[in-house]
Design a protein around this ligand. Structure first.
Ligand SMILES: NC(=O)C1=CN([C@@H]2O[C@H](COP(=O)(O)OP(=O)(O)OC[C@H]3O[C@@H](n4cnc5c(N)ncnc54)[C@H](OP(=O)(O)O)[C@@H]3O)[C@@H](O)[C@H]2O)C=CC1
Ligand SMILES: O=C(CO)COP(=O)(O)O
Length: 326
């Protein structure tokens, strides 16, 4: 499977993915902001989202969806999860059935509880859906630093062909046949990264940080498995891999959001933290299914102002003693 690549969304991730893709072939990049698009084409930078990073000349940016999608075989969707449905709806008139729609977003739709692959299936049922997720900061990918992520489709053979077609020097794609697991991994790690940031911001220590990450991994695995994912997927790049990355670095916007919360600082001017919207719906889904998810529930309660950080920590520490792994 080969073919031209279109990237939808000229924020940090979309622009970084376009940089990676341009190392193999020309790529079109759709952005909604004419100023950003002009800057990418004329100055080869996207300063607001990627600072001084120099963008390859093989990226053709446009605000015109029809132009961006024309002739594309793979369409990488890199807009925030809560805007994915509207974005796809606008794209539908320009889609052809042979285009593979690859969600690169990490989140659960807040109103419906849908994963991004489900949003694709509902809005563009004639197209095949894929998901791409794993430990990958946009700044690293834009610079061409070595990165490995998973591309999953319900059809594993098709995923392998797509992973081969989209791998580039510096960006190695592993194929997977469990999109549900890959998506829950990517979405839930954002919620746990907020929790890790809170722990750091509150100055609770490195031991608490490690415990939170390990118990967070147990929790995300439990939730995802109950919702149809394979446990081994969660132990891969788009579960454990991404959890380790984002629970340990203030470069993560979700971690940085939690850090501010833990320090009692204002979060209103901060960059996109997908875990905020996902925390609410993930807590609701876990509650509805009777899945034990105390950290996710605590993050949702803190974000909603129902629980203070110290009370949340006390409550987590006071839970009944149990056998680890159950
Ligand atoms: N940044 C990263 O390191 C990574 C991010 N991701 C995921 O990628 C997704 C996108 O994140 P990221 O690029 O970082 O976010 P950014 O905030 O950097 O960029 C978001 C982009 O989406 C655009 N946008 C926002 N709302 C809409 C809308 N309603 N319709 C169309 N476009 C819209 C923004 O346009 P405008 O500038 O005009 O507001 C901007 O170009 C998230 O789900 C994130 O979790 C995944 C892996 C790595
Ligand atoms: O998903 C990411 C890295 O894999 C980016 O994390 P943040 O959205 O928290 O910055």
């Amino acid at each position: 499977m080969s073919g031209r690549v279109a990237v939808i969304g000229a924020g940090a991730w979309g622009t970084a993915l376009a940089c990676a893709m341009a190392r193999g072939a020309p790529v079109t990049l759709w952005g909604r902001d004419a100023g950003v698009v002009r800057q990418i084409n004329a100055e080869r930078t996207n300063r607001f989202y990627l600072g001084a990073a120099e963008l390859p000349g093989a990226i053709a940016a446009t605000t015109d969806l029809a132009e961006a999608l024309d002739g594309a075989r793979f369409v990488l969707l890199a807009v925030p999860a809560q805007t994915m449905r509207a974005m796809l709806t606008a794209m539908v008139p320009h889609l052809h059935a042979n285009m593979v729609l690859v969600s690169c977003a990490k989140g659960i739709e807040r109103d419906s509880g849908d994963l991004m692959s489900e949003v694709i299936a509902e809005t563009a049922p004639a197209n095949r859906a894929a998901v791409l997720s794993g430990p990958s900061f946009a700044a690293d990918v834009a610079r061409g630093l070595p990165t490995a992520v998973t591309l999953a489709m319900a059809d594993e053979k098709a995923a392998l062909a797509a992973a081969e077609a989209l791998s580039r020097p510096g960006l190695r794609l592993y194929a997977g046949g469990d999109p549900t697991g890959v998506e829950y991994g990517g979405a839930l790690k954002n919620v746990l990264a907020i929790a890790a940031g809170i722990v750091a911001g509150r100055g609770l220590g490195a031991s608490a940080q490690a415990a939170l990450t390990a118990r967070g991994f147990a929790e995300m695995t439990r939730v995802a498995e109950a919702l149809g994912a394979r446990v081994e997927t969660l132990a891969g790049l788009s579960g454990l891999g991404d959890l380790i990355l984002t629970c340990s670095s203030a470069q993560s916007r979700n971690f940085a959001y939690g850090l501010a919360l833990g320090r009692g600082e204002d979060t209103s001017g901060l960059k996109l933290a997908e875990g905020v919207a996902t925390a609410h719906i993930a807590a609701r889904i876990a509650g509805d299914h009777g899945i034990e998810a105390p950290i996710i529930a605590a993050v949702a309660d803190i974000l909603d102002g129902r629980l203070g950080v110290d009370a949340a920590v006390s409550a987590l520490m006071a839970r009944p003693i149990r056998v680890e792994g159950q």
